[in-house]
Write a new protein. Structure first.
Length: 1276
């Protein structure tokens, strides 16, 4: 046949192998022109090729097709054909003395006749011959038939199942002549060979075949005694050992004992000196038996196995027996993997070394299947490796698994493919490098792939194991809804338990129960109380198997988890639940001793401390004493240097215990240490840090609250406000720490290069420490699939942070020495700098008061900071005896505290306000004035204003959390209270106009009411000198859908020279980015456009530029680049000015940024963090001294009027806050007549048209909706 024809045959064969089952006939019908004798021959040859690589399913398919094709082509064999073939074989064996090189080609040419029909015809022929010929001739025939049986049993082509059936038939036929009485030696030899064939047999039940093999070996040993035939006896002993190793019937432990006994017997003859090869082979197999041995001490058995493998390698050298050497190295690696004695880390290194040695022979080209298996095993070893960088080890494991899958394909090796997919899933679940979210998606996909083969019906145990691993991945999953992911995990754990029953798989059942309990405890859906009950029940179930005697470490871990569940329990009596938690913690400590498990001991001591602190039963004082003792014990291990996170949590628990016992000074010192540690941890946050670190502020917000409470108890109000400031600054610092911001100004390139180098070194070192910490606390590997910390890892020394601390100091020195003299604000972007009270009070100047709110757990407080008194008070602290009830501290600071009722009223008011704003803006707008009236009452502004005094005519408001969302400057002051204020303190005497119908807060301060995110950012803005106010940069209506924006910007630009304005479609992100020089030199930046706040990811809050809308929207949306708005539009964030972009701007000459857009002053009010992250803080950090922004969706027309008037007053010389306050007062009091008289003649017609429904004497913009949204933030 020519090459083209051959290629056509091979293509057809590949199509047949790849097609779904049942479609083969159609493919053959479509290619009838190829169905000939040559194709039949190629089919048979290809089937033999596949058999070489144990691709049994594919080979069998081709052989069956060959038989069908043979019948189709008229090649159906008759009995005569079989007889003729058998005679040819007998003749060939006789003439060649059974030479395979002569006989095997004959077999190859007649593959269609080597089937079970041949076994039948052979038996029939032999039986007939033995009856017809003399015994001597019959013996000669028997010799030929035994030769034939040996040859067909070892024939590498054809159907292996058929070959073995023919071999068994031939051996059994010869036993009619080879009787024990007549020919004992031949009888024994044939029994031995028959046993080998039964051991390998495919047809029939495997267990029964092995029993037949054992029986045949036993028969052979009746003749093959040690005395008579020592070598044959030894060989049969060896064969018996192999068979008992694989025996299914009987007790596994007893079978292995028998195997070891037979191997040891064989070695009495197969000595190293006399039979070196057999000795080495027997040592290798004896090692396998010891490795699997059940009886005896497991550790000793493994040592025996290792010794036997090492003995075998003395003969099985790489030079003399390369394949055997590689096999033994591979087996030795498995033994070291199981080893109990010795250091675990060293054993794994031995495993890796042995596998790598094996790969020197087991190359992909020479031994693809063995190469793939060794790649897989190496992956398992690297997954468990202790030495080296854990992240790198997992990368190696993933690479080895993927290499194995190049050979272990689903088609060729479905079971091995599924096993490798499952293990690959575990590796991706534990992966440190790469995006965690993507790694988990890879893990889920790999588990799902494995389950395509590991079905419940076919592979129940493997199915359950993979289900467990899949559940682990779903539990950890980041993408998708967390609640749904946990539900998936629970469902999959429950599915695994259908196979992992207590009776069949007790250990795996207990493990899965424990995993299920963890999922129940953190379940979001359903009733929390019921979920916790489910967790408790599952932990208790696990403890039925995980007893202290059988599984002490697992028992202790489950006791600790059970205690946590009791701690969270809702049902039952709280007192009893805490008792249950204490009992379980104390139980865990029986195993988790300080000597054996120091970190677990410390963890449990810390948990126990929390339980004792809240204990209801027993004496309170004694409980607190126990809590303090347990916390102090935990801190003996959890030192700040070695375990900063654990030190932080334990110190917090200790501080709470001191607070509960009113040991205020000890509580202060403990919380102070905890806060120092927290801020040190935050300083180490690196770019790309984990999500839990990025949310550190919210997680530990309560710590600052506790410290403020303690300071108030100590009457140290100056310290209290200092900690409030630290709390409010740290969130912004965390956000900036994730960005590569550079100092502004003329910084030499060498300094910038050094800054880059230190940043990279710090990031690398921090990442190294994170990896070490995650390694120590990582969940268990996929061998068990359990979600529990790794004990061995925890017993290693904690990460050494010396290098990181050195690098941080070097960075701090660089900033102090070379950067701060040029850009004094840059340090703010790097770390929290505590602000002393003297600096806070220094912001008040001669006539400014600061009101700073702070919301505690059950009340809110207000710090009133005014200029220092000329004469210091005689006492450090004194309590005011008259109304209002202020607490006065050193330096003139005053503290006002709400009642819990006020706190509840405030949160209810805020919820109602925000709900109305989100759901019914019309109703919200109509009731805004009355809502603000109520807010003023809740906040007790009448009392607060008394504390301000008559000296201050300027007020700075520093809200806290959701208070940032409300226009406090517009809160109404009742006429009755105004009278009281005027008479008692002088506040308002010179400020409230008697002509006004109502008075609001800003009317009382002629020097203006402004806002600040924190005192630290206020100080930063105040220290900037921005004398010039002549150059304008503006963005004008980039989306061309704001009717009054053009009027607004065109009017404002007349007050500046020069002015640079990007109008309509020219206001693109790309064009904006080209304006860096203009941005640096402009004194005023005015953005008249749309804006929005991104509550999910504040750094992606943005101002909308031209070409920002995507039509049509891409699918799927990329959350880092796209955002779908409430109205259905989709934004391309790369075409918007995001908050992240704002932080990188250099506004070194800017005095004012005006955000004439909707909701530009909003923050994430759902966050528990103190400081808001929003566009105003971004522009302050970028360099501006003032920002004007809005708190809601504003009216286009009123905003345009307000902005034009605002800039008029600015150009007249008023400061930003004063000009804005005056503008707002003017707008709320202006009649239609006033507005038409004020507007430029060229724009009067447009305004008149907009106000045509309004009467001349009416005030169209009197409602606070039109003017109160805008706030002045920044410099006083």
């Amino acid at each position: 046949m020519n090459e083209q024809r051959l290629n056509a045959y091979l293509t057809l064969i590949n199509n047949l192998l790849a097609c779904p089952s049942g479609e083969e006939s159609q493919i053959l019908q479509d290619n009838q022109e190829l169905l000939d004798q040559d194709f039949l021959q190629v089919l048979l040859e290809e089937s033999q090729y596949l058999l070489q690589f144990r691709r049994l399913q594919e080979a069998e398919l081709l052989i069956n097709l060959a038989q069908q094709l043979s019948a189709f082509l008229g090649n159906t064999n008759s009995s005569k054909d079989y007889d003729n073939f058998l005679m040819e074989v007998v003749q060939a064996i006789l003439e060649s003395d059974g030479n395979p090189q002569i006989v095997y080609p004959l077999f190859q040419q007649n593959l269609d006749k080597i089937d079970e029909n041949l076994a039948y015809i052979l038996t029939k022929w032999v039986t007939a011959q033995f009856k017809e010929v003399p015994l001597e001739t019959a013996y000669d025939i028997a010799v030929i038939i035994v030769n034939f049986a040996n040859l067909i049993a070892q024939f590498p082509r054809g159907n292996r199942k058929n070959n073995l059936e023919i071999s068994i038939a031939a051996y059994q036929a010869t036993l009619e002549i080879y009787t024990r009485e007549a020919f004992p030696k031949d009888w024994a030899m044939t029994q031995n060979n028959l046993a080998i064939a039964y051991s390998d047999r495919i047809k029939g039940e495997k267990a029964d075949n092995i029993e037949r093999a054992i029986a045949a070996y036993n028969d052979a040993l009746e003749i093959r005694t040690r005395e008579a035939f020592p070598e044959d006896w030894a060989q049969t002993q060896y064969n018996m050992a192999l068979t008992y190793s694989n025996r299914i019937k009987g007790e596994k432990a007893e079978n292995l004992e028998q195997a070891i006994t037979f191997y040891q017997a064989a070695l009495e003859i197969f000595t190293r000196a006399a039979f070196p090869e057999q000795w080495a082979t027997t040592q290798n197999n004896l090692a396998i038996a010891y490795s699997d041995r059940i009886k005896g001490e497991k550790a000793d058995n493994i040592e025996q196995a290792i010794a036997a493998y090492q003995a075998a390698l003395k003969i099985r050298t790489r030079a003399a027996f390369p394949e055997d050497w590689a096999q033994t190295q591979h087996n030795l690696a498995i033994a070291y993997r199981k080893r109990i004695k010795g250091e675990k880390a060293d054993n794994i290194e031995q495993v890796i070394a042995a596998y790598q040695a094996a790969l020197k022979i087991r190359t992909r080209a020479a031994f693809p299947e063995d190469w793939a298996q060794t790649q897989h095993n190496l992956a398992v070893a690297y997954s468990n490796r202790i030495k080296g960088e854990k992240a790198d080890n997992i990368e190696q494991a993933i690479a080895f698994y993927q290499a194995a899958l190049e050979i272990k394909t689903r088609t060729a090796f479905p079971e091995d493919w599924a096993t490798t997919q499952n293990n690959l899933a575990v590796a991706y679940n534990n992966r440190i490098k790469g995006e965690k979210a993507e790694n988990l998606e890879q893990a889920i996909a790999a588990c799902q792939s494995a389950l395509e083969i590991f079905t419940r019906a076919a592979f129940p145990k493997d199915w359950a194991m993979t289900q467990n691993n899949l559940a682990n991945a779903y539990y950890d999953r980041i993408k998708g809804e967390k609640a749904e992911n946990i539900e998936q995990a629970i469902a999959v754990y429950q599915a695994a338990l259908e196979i992992y029953t207590r009776a069949a798989f007790p250990e795996q059942w207990a493990m899965t129960q424990s995993n299920l309990a963890i999922a129940y405890r953190n379940q979001i859906k359903g009733e929390k109380a019921e979920n916790i009950e489910g967790a408790i029940a599952a932990y208790q179930a696990a403890l039925e198997i995980r007893t202290r005697v059988a599984f002490p470490e697992d028992w202790a871990q489950t006791q600790n988890n059970l205690a946590n569940a009791y701690w969270d329990r809702i049902k039952g009596e709280k007192a009893e639940n805490i008792e249950g938690a204490i009992t379980a913690y104390q139980a865990a400590l029986k195993i988790y001793t300080r000597a054996a498990f120091p970190e677990y001991w410390a963890m449990t001591q810390n948990n126990l401390a929390a339980a004792y602190r809240d204990r209801i039963k027993g004496e309170k004082a004694e409980n607190i004493k126990q809590a303090i003792a347990s916390s102090q014990a935990a801190l003996e291990i959890y030192t700040r240097a070695a375990f900063p996170y654990n030190y932080l949590g334990t110190s917090c628990n200790l501080g709470l215990a001191y607070q509960a016992s009113q040991q205020w000074q000890l509580a202060y010192e403990t919380f102070d240490n905890a806060i120092e540690t927290l801020e040190e941890i935050r300083a180490g946050i690196v770019k790309g840090g984990d999500a839990d670190k990025q949310k550190l502020a919210e997680q530990w917000q309560f710590l600052y609250q506790l410290m403020v409470e303690v300071c108030i108890e100590l009457k140290n109000y100056t310290a209290a406000i200092e900690y409030v400031e630290r709390s409010k600054t740290r969130n912004l610092v965390e956000l900036l720490a994730t960005r590569d911001l550079y100092p502004k100004g003329d910084i030499p390139q060498t300094i910038l290069d050094e800054l880059d180098c230190l940043r990279r070194d710090i990031e690398t070192e921090q990442r190294r420490l994170e990896i070490e910490e995650r390694t120590r606390n990582r969940f268990g590997d996929g061998t068990t699939g359990e979600r529990s910390p790794n004990i061995a890892a925890l017993q290693t020394p904690p990460p050494d942070r010396t290098r990181l601390n050195q690098l941080r100091q070097e960075l701090d020195d660089l900033i102090t020495r070379d950067i701060t003299p040029i850009d004094r604000d840059f340090r703010l972007t790097q770390k929290v700098e505590p602000m002393p009270f003297s600096d806070i009070q220094g912001l008040t100047g001669d006539n400014t008061a600061i009101l700073e709110w702070y919301i505690l757990s059950d009340r809110f407080v207000v710090f009133i900071v005014t200029p220092p008194p000329l004469t210091p008070p005689d006492q450090g602290w004194e309590l005011e005896t008259s109304e209002p009830p202020f607490l006065r501290g050193a330096g003139g600071i005053k503290l006002w505290q709400s009642t819990p009722e006020d706190y509840n009223a405030l949160t209810a008011w805020a919820d109602d306000y925000l709900t109305a704003y989100r759901t019914d803006k019309k109703q919200w707008q109509n009731t805004l004035n009355s809502r603000l009236q109520r807010l003023g009452e809740i906040l007790h502004f009448d009392q607060l204003l008394k504390a301000v005094g008559e000296k201050c005519d300027s007020l700075v408001l520093i809200p806290n959390r959701f208070l940032h969302l409300f226009p406090l400057h517009a809160l109404p002051i009742s006429q009755d209270r105004l009278g009281e204020l005027t008479s008692s303190s002088g506040v308002g005497a010179r400020r409230a106009s008697p002509l006004q119908e109502s008075v609001i807060l800003m009317d009382l301060f002629s020097g203006g009411v402004s806002y600040a995110p924190s005192c630290q950012l206020l100080q930063t803005a105040k220290n900037r000198q921005r004398p010039d106010f002549s150059q304008l940069f503006a963005i004008q209506n980039p989306t061309k859908d704001l009717a009054y924006t053009d009027l607004e910007v065109n009017s404002i630009r007349t007050y500046f020279n020069p002015s640079h304005i990007l109008v309509h479609e020219k206001a693109k992100k790309s064009t904006f980015n080209e304006q860096q020089t203009t941005l640096k030199t402009a004194n005023c930046h005015h953005f008249s456009c749309h804006g929005y706040f991104n509550f999910e990811n504040p750094i992606l809050s943005a101002l909308l530029f031209a070409d920002c809308y995507l039509e049509p929207a891409p699918s799927p949306l990329d959350p880092s680049r796209h955002l779908r708005l409430e109205k259905g539009q989709t934004l391309d964030l790369s075409e918007c000015l995001t908050l992240g972009d704002v932080f990188t701007l250099d506004l070194r000459s800017c005095r004012l940024v005006t955000l004439s857009a909707c909701e530009t002053g909003l923050i994430d009010f759902q966050s528990n963090s103190d400081e808001y992250i929003g566009l105003p803080s971004g522009f302050l950090v970028a360099g501006s001294t003032n920002v004007v922004s809005s708190l809601w969706s504003v009216s286009d027309i009123s905003t345009a009027i307000l902005m034009i008037r605002f800039y008029q007053l600015l150009r007249a010389g008023e400061e930003v806050a004063i000009a804005l306050n005056h503008t707002q007062n003017w707008l709320r009091n202006a009649t239609k007549t006033d507005l038409l008289a004020w507007i430029d003649p060229g724009n009067k017609m447009q305004l008149r048209q907009s106000l045509k429904e309004i009467k001349d004497h009416e005030k169209p913009f009197a409602s606070p909706y039109y003017w109160a949204a805008f706030c002045a933030i920044g410099k006083i």
